[in-house]
Write a protein that binds this ligand. Sequence first.
Ligand code: 5GP
Ligand code: ZN
Length: 110
Amino acid sequence: MSNCIFCRIANGEISTELLYEDDKVVAFKDLNPQAPIHILIIPKEHSDSVKEMNDEVSIGRLFTAAKKVAEKLDTEHYRLVINTGIGAGQSVFHTHLHLLGGRLMSWPPG
Ligand code: 5GP
Ligand code: ZN
């Protein structure tokens, strides 16, 4: 989608340092980090949220990529989050997985 910020990052229109890339997925640092490690892992193909994501390979790759990024950043304790819908805190409507780490985190989340 041409007006989607994450599509533009994924297709290289907006130059961004990628921490990981394969044929289905890219990962890059969050612009407004909520933890010392805050990476976004996104499918290259646009979907508004994980509810609309039907490609099982891409769904799996998000998690495989997250594990690889965590290994690369040498973080053993981390949280993976997918905010789905405004009420859950989703603000960018291109599916993305947050990888948060580098500090202690409380549970339950707010
Ligand atoms: P959500 O609230 O939808 O779960 O997460 C969206 C995330 O995208 C937020 O943490 C926000 O900081 C991040 N974000 C929004 N716009 C950009 C951008 O242009 N570049 C990057 N790297 N992150 C962004
Ligand atoms: Zn998009």
